[in-house]
Design a protein around this ligand. Sequence first.
Ligand code: GUN
Length: 293
Amino acid sequence: MQLIDGKATAAQIKSEIKSEVERMTADGMRPPHLVAILVGHDGGSETYVKNKVLACEACGFRSTLLRFEDDITEDELLAQVAALNADAEVDGFIVQLPLPRHINEQRVIEAIDYRKDVDGFHPINVGRMAIGLPCYISATPRGILELLRRYEIPTSGRRCVILGRSNIVGKPMAQLMMQKQYGDSTVVVCHSHSATLADECRQADILIAAIGQPGFVKADMVKPGAVVIDVGTTRVPDASRKSGYRLSGDVDFEQVAPLCSYITPVPGGVGPMTICMLMQNTLAAAKKTYYSD
Ligand code: GUN
């Protein structure tokens, strides 16, 4: 069994990005600029956004954090989005999700100029990704593809089972693993109503778990020699930690790891790659790699 070290891979990629930024600025360009909008005080979102700002620093980017209380109205938030769309000094921006219930998340996502949508959540980016056109690809699936590529794990023609059908992970992951230019795999998507879920898992050469249920994947659901990618990051109470919680993946690591050819740990697997891919999307935005105005 080989552990897939997302933390080390992400550090390597960030240093590659930093070198690229140094080349850009030496050529007279300004560094990439990412803006994050954070509404309210959700603990998970605070941590994600803090880590995104730190990653910007590590890559030599400029970053701006715009914070709002959770009583901001939808119109006020849409006005902020419109201002960022129009600001030539901003290459890309994200609105951290989830948003308070009184705000229509989809309306906010669709208000973002798709050319600055470095999360890859706008329907134009989602649609272009689905038909294999250049676009921003959402960071978690892109990070998983990058891990598979850097660890030289073959995917072409192999059976990939994805647990979960969210817009952020499950659906784009399935699209990408299916496409010839990315995974080129045979793809099965399972979810909470899949009658044959455990059977499907047992047939997987590559199993990607993204359902948000701690320890859901047990040893009897995994084929010996499978590659297991764990996207889960649920906070579970842990009195022995200073924070009072620990992060738990969707895979029962103790049971499953000995069976695998490769497995990602939680933390230190997919998580660090997600933020790193946001940095790659922001770099692409600054360089106008996908869209040239
Ligand atoms: N909430 C959880 N993951 C994400 C993400 O990748 N981007 C944004 N904007 N919000 C999130």
